[in-house]
Design a protein around this ligand. Structure first.
Ligand code: PMP
Length: 429
């Protein structure tokens, strides 16, 4: 009897109905060891999830970032229900949209105005359209991931279906390398409308990098956009812009702002945002949906009241120190690369001998799940996590390392991997 029986049966059915059986690539079976991992979650509470077979996990994925307070938090549920009784969405804006806009402009240093949308991709697409309209230029320089819309995804390996003309309007630059973006400006004089980046990547920005980048972008007459869909509400209430005290012209948020309810935002300078009133078209039917706004207000209130960021950094630092010590103890430096700042840290995987980085990832993933820990390598901390949960993660990590050691010693996965291999949509080259 496989402990994932129900998941396996459901996945078979789901795959007939939905591509990959999931609505989000990185939540699909391809990111776990097929047939030896859960594929569907039934419910969550705090930092825990229960799969459809009744197996329990301490979750460090946090739904890919949205969960900042914890699953099914009663205070947030209460705020949603209170709004639900009044209504979900109306024929004109709800007053709660003013309350939330006021809150965002209060806590986000660069936000003079804000517009709410639904997904991170909506927010980044809006930011890019604003930058192009404001400057009258077309090229965008990017560093990081910015969502599923044509303007960005066309610049990646997953560009099928995006017209060539659109793809040619995006240029990549290397994070933490000022010369890389300098070169793009030199090669494309007066053509770059905006520079959009995830301001925290890997171990964060080098000293002074974001400030120097801002100077350079402005010197070339372009707009600086921080894509804080991941970093917002995770490292600090005001995201990286608050943490590093660098204000971009436009900022985007999504994921963590409403503890799982679907809402995102594009915010920034009034003079740029006001263009939305004058023909820069950014508008969606569900943009003003009030349940998500109620959840966002309550989430922000809890994050503020409970010193969330002190907790995220403290717990994350325990995790970071723990994994560094384990990597050193088991001499795993070649295959497990400790990466990230405390609130969003974990391992990146590298190959060795006959084993690819995905082989190492799969052995790790399999053991973590067997030990009741849900992780995809890099973790998110939420307010419901306690020190003992971090310890459980470290104990499981230690066991995973012993499995990896065995695989390295025999130079194969034979007899180790019981299910399929992790097979992500974006593979490293
Ligand atoms: N920007 C960043 C930095 C992201 O990580 C993501 C999603 N992973 C997006 C934008 C797109 O957000 P969404 O998937 O909500 O459209």
């Amino acid at each position: 009897m496989n402990k994932y029986n129900k998941s396996i049966v459901m996945l078979e059915k789901a795959r007939k109905l939905t591509p990959l059986g999931a609505q989000t690539y990185s939540k699909s079976y391809r990111y776990f060891c097929e047939n030896n991992a859960p594929s569907f979650m039934e419910r969550g509470k705090g930092c825990r999830l229960w799969d459809v077979d009744g197996n329990e996990y301490i979750d460090f994925i946090c739904a890919l970032g949205p969960i900042t307070i914890g699953y099914s938090d009663e205070r947030i549920n209460g705020a949603i229900v209170k709004q639900l009784e009044k209504g979900i969405i109306f024929s004109q804006p709800s007053p709660i949209s003013i309350e939330l806009a006021e809150k965002i402009t209060e806590i986000i240093p660069c936000a003079e105005m804000v517009r709410f949308v639904k997904n991170g991709s909506d927010a980044t697409a809006a930011a890019v359209r604003l930058a192009r309209a404001y400057t009258g230029r077309e090229l965008m320089a990017v560093s990081g991931y910015h969502g599923m819309q044509d303007w960005f995804i066309g610049s990646t390996v997953n560009h099928k279906g995006v017209p060539k003309g659109v793809r040619e309007l995006v240029k990549n630059f290397e994070y933490n390398n000022i010369d890389s973006i300098k070169l793009l400006f030199e090669e494309n004089p007066d053509q770059i409308a905006g520079v959009i980046l995830e301001p925290i990547q890997g171990n964060g920005p080098n000293e002074g990098y974001l400030r120097e980048l801002k100077r350079l972008v402005h010197r070339h007459g372009a707009i600086l956009i921080f894509d804080e869909v991941v970093s917002g509400f995770r490292y600090a209430l005001g995201g990286a812009s608050e943490l590093y005290n660098v204000n971009p012209d436009i900022i985007t948020f999504g994921k963590g702002m409403a503890n799982g309810m679907p809402i995102s935002a594009v915010a920034g300078k009034k003079e740029i945002l006001e263009m939305i009133s004058e023909g820069v078209f950014i508008s969606t039917t569900f943009g003003g949906e009030a349940l998500s706004m109620a959840a966002a207000l309550k989430t922000i209130e809890i994050l503020q009241k409970e010193n969330a960021y002190e907790k995220f950094w403290d717990l994350g630092n325990i995790m970071l120190k723990g994994i560094k010590d384990l990597v050193e103890k088991y001499k795993m430096e070649e295959v497990l690369i400790v990466s990230g700042l405390a609130p969003h840290c974990g391992y990146l995987f590298e190959g060795i001998g006959n084993l690819s980085y995905l082989d190492i990832n799969s052995v790790y993933q399999q053991r973590m799940i067997e030990e009741g820990i849900l992780t995809v390598g890099i973790n998110n901390i939420n307010l419901a996590h306690k020190k003992r949960n971090i310890q459980a993660y470290l104990d499981a990590s230690e066991k995973a390392m012993l499995d990896i050691k065995k695989a390295i010693q025999q130079n194969s996965l034979k007899g180790i991997l019981k299910g399929g291999k992790v097979d992500p949509v974006f593979k490293r080259v």
